[in-house]
Design a protein around this ligand. Structure first.
Ligand SMILES: *[C@@H]1O[C@H](CO)[C@@H](O)[C@H](O)[C@H]1NC(C)=O
Ligand SMILES: *[C@@H]1O[C@H](CO)[C@@H](O)[C@H](O)[C@H]1NC(C)=O
Ligand SMILES: *[C@@H]1O[C@H](CO)[C@@H](O)[C@H](O)[C@H]1NC(C)=O
Ligand SMILES: *[C@@H]1O[C@H](CO)[C@@H](O)[C@H](O)[C@H]1NC(C)=O
Ligand SMILES: *[C@@H]1O[C@H](CO)[C@@H](O)[C@H](O)[C@H]1NC(C)=O
Length: 504
């Protein structure tokens, strides 16, 4: 998840190390509990398979903290930079709610998660625990959730890689019932924002791994895999060339415009095209080129409203004013349409996202909500993977990231991107040979178009040539119906079964 506050300029310290890659699998947590650890281990790599939770809408890794090790399952997040764990003493972990809370859709956090069912950390039970920053850990995410407490150092194990003295946050006061592994820039650590001093940055996970010689440079690759697949993979210190198609296109990470520092994985999104059997539309926005954050900790993707409205019209999504979210019939997952995201200009990478990756279930069995009225009456309701947001940061979350293989090179401030190879069972790992080495199998894009300065694009309504092809599967009347809804926007379209929540 993207954190709210950012801070000052500065640079990071990191030392040399030997070449190795550390890999572990990440998984969207399944509703069924338990873990399946493969424990497979290849030379110079560490691999781990984990279970997953569609409800929480994120990718999780199993880790241990402390001595003796305590098991925890944490969300993997490129949008933040601290590892933090909920303290066993925090009220959110003590609580057990019958409703079973969910952070799905990046909506408000409901605390009920059966008292931290993914694990919590009890510092009193770790003999290597060291409280190094009382009250200094304080993080707020853009979805409004937060975690506060102390910074501490202790042993941390992930994918078989053990770091003996890892700095982490201890969530003593939090409304999130599980912790996170933030793997972003160290300058985006909560302590840096809190102190407004770049010099307070500590070595976070990828830096520490490099420091201890587990990987040779501060870089990793993320393969989230299909929405319907239960596992993906993060590979520290290397690239798995068997997990994507073609070669990696390498583009620049952009500095944060306020701090002129590299703090998040902001890249320049320069085009969005809707393609379907009936045609193709280049969508437009006043904000193009758009600075977007690649954020694995965010479930959905958030684009400027003028662009999102065109996307919704293409697919026939309806915007519900009560929840402030766009929904569509679940059968749209069978739509033949795709959205192609372009980055850094005409020479940059283009990633196509199929509708199957953009239609998200809201419930199971009897809990599936249905449209109560309107053109979709009786059809099951799904959440749409592309939503709108008023202002920067615009975010490309999991609904986009699943379709891409993304290499995050924090040493060169570059991103490597290629179309993912869904469900690939092959593996061909190439490690970064040295600190600062270029992304293996990467082609640097020439004449990149950046995304700085004031809004320079213009929003011109497309002809919606692709719309018919998108929506033919749902046999509905497209485009204009949506506009009507937005204008009149009054009657309840459907009820979310079970919750009693009504939607427009
Ligand atoms: C932690 O997980 C491992 C592997 O699943 C298991 O063997 C071990 O018993 C667990 N430890 C605790 C304290 O639950
Ligand atoms: C934590 O951060 C929030 C938002 O950045 C701020 O409003 C709050 O005062 C901070 N709390 C502490 C205890 O520093
Ligand atoms: C652990 O890390 C902290 C913070 O970086 C440092 O102050 C401390 O000396 C380290 N402890 C050991 C035992 O290396
Ligand atoms: C990937 O595997 C999942 C789970 O088996 C399956 O549902 C999905 O259709 C597969 N995706 C592709 C693109 O083959
Ligand atoms: C999203 O778009 C709808 C419809 O135009 C608008 O009413 C709403 O304010 C927008 N939300 C945000 C966060 O910009």
């Amino acid at each position: 998840m993207k954190t709210v506050a950012t801070l000052a300029t500065g640079s990071l310290i990191a030392s040399l190390a030997t070449a190795q890659v550390v890999r572990f699998d990440i998984a969207r947590r399944e509703t069924r509990p338990g873990q399946q650890k493969l424990g497979r281990r290849q030379a110079k790599t560490y691999e781990e398979t984990i279970t997953n939770d569609v409800q929480r809408g994120g990718y999780f890794a199993t880790v241990t903290v402390g001595t003796p090790p305590q098991n925890l399952t944490l969300q993997l997040d490129t949008g933040s930079s601290d590892i933090w764990v909920p303290s066993s003493s925090s009220s959110v972990c003590a609580k057990s709610s019958p409703s079973g809370g969910s952070r799905g859709g990046d909506g408000e956090t409901s605390g009920g998660d059966q008292g931290c069912s993914l694990g919590s950390f009890d510092p009193r039970k770790s003999k290597t625990f060291d409280d190094v920053g009382k009250g200094l850990f304080n993080i707020s995410y853009v979805d409004g959730s937060h975690s506060k407490g102390d910074y501490f150092t202790d042993a941390f194990e992930i994918g078989g890689a053990t770091l003996t003295n890892m700095t982490m946050g201890l969530g003593l006061d939090t409304d999130i019932p599980y912790g996170l592994v933030g793997v972003g820039y160290a300058l985006n650590e909560a302590i840096v924002a809190g102190s407004q001093m770049a010099s307070s940055a500590y070595k976070n996970l990828p830096v520490q791994m490099m420091d201890e010689g587990m990987i040779s440079t501060n870089a990793y690759s993320l393969w989230l895999n299909d929405l319907d697949a239960s596992t993906g993979q993060i590979l520290f210190g290397g690239v798995d060339t068997a997990k994507y198609k073609g070669q990696l296109s390498v583009i620049d990470v952009l500095e944060d415009s306020q701090t002129n520092a590299f703090t998040s994985f902001i890249v320049s999104m320069t085009s969005l095209t809707a393609n379907s059997p009936s045609g193709s539309d280049a969508l437009s926005s006043r904000k193009l080129p758009i600075p977007v954050v690649l954020d694995s900790g965010t479930t959905l993707s958030y684009l400027p409203t003028d662009l999102a409205i065109q996307v919704w019209k293409e697919v026939g999504a309806v915007f519900d004013t009560e929840t402030q979210m766009a929904f569509l019939p679940c059968d749209m997952e069978n739509s033949k349409g795709t959205f192609e995201f372009g980055f850094a200009g005409p020479n940059g990478p283009k990633i196509s996202v199929d509708m199957t990756e953009l239609v998200l279930d809201l419930g199971e069995g009897d809990n599936v909500p249905r449209f109560k009225s309107g053109q979709y009456k009786g059809k099951t309701v799904c959440q749409f993977g592309i939503q709108n947001f008023t202002s920067e940061p615009f975010l490309l979350g999991d609904t986009f990231l699943r379709s891409a293989y993304v290499v995050y090179d924090l040493e060169n401030n570059q991103i490597g991107m290629a179309a993912t190879d869904f469900n690939s069972t092959k593996s061909n790992i190439v490690s970064f040979p040295s600190k600062g080495a270029k992304i293996p199998d990467g082609n640097v894009v020439q004449n990149q178009v950046s995304a700085t300065g004031p809004d320079s694009g213009s929003a011109t309504a497309p002809t919606y040539a692709a719309s018919k092809g998108f929506q033919s599967v749902a046999s509905i009347k497209p485009a204009l119906e949506w506009a009507q809804l937005a204008v009149t926007g009054a009657t309840t379209l459907f009820m979310l079964a079970g919750s009693g929540l009504s939607f427009l």
